[in-house]
Design a protein. Sequence first.
Lengths: 458, 463
Amino acid sequence: MTRVWKCTGSRGFVTLRQIGLVLVAGVSLLVGGMRGGADAAPLAHREVLPSGVVLLVAERPAVPIVTATLTLQAGAVFDPPAKSGVANLTAIMLSQGTATRTAPQISEAIEFVGGSLSVESGTDTARLSFSVLSKDLDLALDLMGDLLTNPTFPPAELAKKIPEVLAGLKRSQEDPGTVSYEAFMALVYGSHPYGRPTEGTEASVPTITRDDILAFYQAYYRPNRAVLAVVGDVSVADLKSRLQARLGGWTPGGPPLAKPAAPASLAKGVTKTIQREVTQAAINFGHLGITRDNPDYYPVYVMNYLLGGGGSSRLPQKIREEKGWAYDVGSAFAPGKYAGDFSVTMQTKNEVAQDAIDAALAEIRRMRDQPVTTQELADAKAYLTGSFPLRLDTSAKVVGMLASIEQHGLGLDYVERYPAFINAVTAADVQRVAQKYLDPDTYALAVVADLTKAKLKP
Amino acid sequence: MQDARRRTDLGCVRSWRFPVWMGVLWLCLGLTTPAAAGTIWDRVTETTLPNGLKVLLVEEPKDPVVTVQIWYKAGARNEALGKGGLAHMMEHMMFKGTPKTGPKQFSMIVQRNGGQDNAHTARDAAAYYVDFASDRVNLGLELEADRMVNVLFEEKEFLPERDVVYEERRLRFEDQPSATLGEVMRATAFMAHPYGRPTIGWPSEIKGWTLQDARQFYQMYYAPNTATLIVAGDIKKDEVLKKVTELFGAIPRGPAPPPQVIPQEPPQIGERRVFVRKEAELPILFAVHHVPNLTHPDSAPLSVLAYVLGGGESARLHKKVVYELQLASYAGADYNPVYKDPYLFGLSAGPMPGKTAEEVERAILAEVERVWKEPITDRELQKAKNQIEAEFVFAQDSVHTLANLLGAYEAAASWKLLTTYLDGIRKVTAADVQRVARQYIVADNRTVAILIPSKPGGAPASK
């Protein structure tokens, strides 16, 4: 994946985790959603197909394209304990051969029409996505159906992909930010699956066999755990009939989803430092956070925006604008389905690493000790509600929103209800959740730096 | 949403590690929608105010949003020798506020109104964006008109911001092996033209900028006559043009920028090869070639060639070097024609553990030689054309992307080239592709840059 340089832009909640599918009754409904707060065009059509797939369709006929994502509860959280990386390799291998198509035939087919098709795995979910011109929708659906229902996981292809994954792991170690983040996650989550890289490790990946992948596929790639969001130049009725032929034979099943034991909170602060010949210290610190279904989600969301979720938030104002210590500084709550974390991320020249950490901790303390000002809170609410239309202005964004709404069980009227959730948050709420969910004394700290220059407190 | 505020445009660095098909939109420009009667470009209105401000308006009401973008012809190419990176520093200063908004208030005001702002500096231009719900279009215009002439220059703001830019350089170049290699590669490929200098500036240059440097750059290059204002989205053109005239019309034309004394790159007369030794895990290979830009007829076949070689997993480099030979974990091609002066056609690859950059280079160049020797197949030609066309249609899904294309084309030459680009692509033959491969993708016109991974202390990394 292309690394996106996120700087001091809005962070809010990072979507490192895809929240779980909420089981819903098999009824069809059409719910109006407010697009940009102005007109009341429906956000999407929703229904549950006979196989159990939740289908969400938003018609956007202005541009002749169709964009879609099928989300499965098949992320790395379900990796067998000693086989970290199985979920990732299953996703990768899904497009490497079916009963009737070879890997090169699959890539040639989608690329010939200028489309894209990808399968990737995250922590909680795996996602199959495609984008095509609407005239090529049949081809994309053929491929999607074939990959989901007839993959063969050819051993010769697996023999190529394992070294590629290992090379990717090696190359990821060249990025100080990645190394620091992975060390931080391991400290915060301990033995919980969220503490492991989704790609697996140099030790685990070579042990993964075709049988492991087949077993994972059979357990987790099931229509009753799938949400398909389709957006673009397409009609609901037409799409449904086209899907019947492709996904009709996909059989429901799979074992109950095993919930990992909750990670333990840190008993005391922990630090991991990693020596590199770098000019900057890559810093991550924080602790456990919240899950998406936490009733304090919106107060936490607003509080984090004020702390370090946007370019005008307190952390960038202090550490970037005032001190000039960092280009990139911010904070995020990452709410997963099974756990969540809070982290502050920044990169600063080695020499001021400790000063920058101290300054960030001071901002966290201030958030706990003093109520935010009326103006700050009003500005944050104005941004978080007023920018909503920008979250729905492309097909890919609408796909993401629909998938998120379904996975989090937010309801298709979420877009209408969202402003009220934000506007209900008070300064007292912000302070309360800061005191409850931020801990400036007991945290995990990971630093990748030239440690001879970065004088960190012991 | 993540927005990368005040980021430096990384030129080709951003796409070096990735094949052309991974979201690189510059290749996709100017193709018509297959089924539509007119093209999107037919709906672009161009107006030039008496003070020289060019205004491009696009009514695209599919979503209730608007993008307001202003592109100044004030990129890295405009910097004086020794003042590298100043155009980008100026970009950062544009967020420092004006007497009207107050210090540091620009982004605060934007966010208070539900907007998102961003900017980037490239070699030919600096671009500023504000995206809003469409009822805030006038605010976007007011803010841009204000900071075209009224930016505050204060030492207490300037000095920490200069440090921030230095941190940006460390983050994005000095501690990223591929970016470091790219910087050295460009400095080697361009001996004369400023495209060889880093947009962010060399470390000594960053440390040397003064407040006065930034102010002078602003006074020289920020004016209606160096700018293109683009407003696209759910707007009424007449109303927007009226407001633009009201807000920008009174701003006096700036002094004519000094005549561009930019040395053109002399023809390359032999391969150049450069190595970077840096702490890293695996080698990286770049091989770049001087090629024409979008104003040249060879631009279209070069675009097709980039897709034939690097347009996805079914393209030649991935299929042979990654999939069949398993020499590299990625291999791609990269050609961005949207530059004012000729730029580069790149090949790149990341060797697998245990493989050398030289082995990978031989395999990649064997694929180039295959294009020299035998024409590409009809299907490959058609696939590349389909990919270019589809990428363009996808780009129309976002008014921000559309406006961005207009701005980039206008900064390089003229946005009107977008209207003819598809015709150029459609006319490309297999013989054209073969001809440009033989003409440009040759050893004497090539700069090869190789990252040699080392372990701490400079020792070679174990394989």
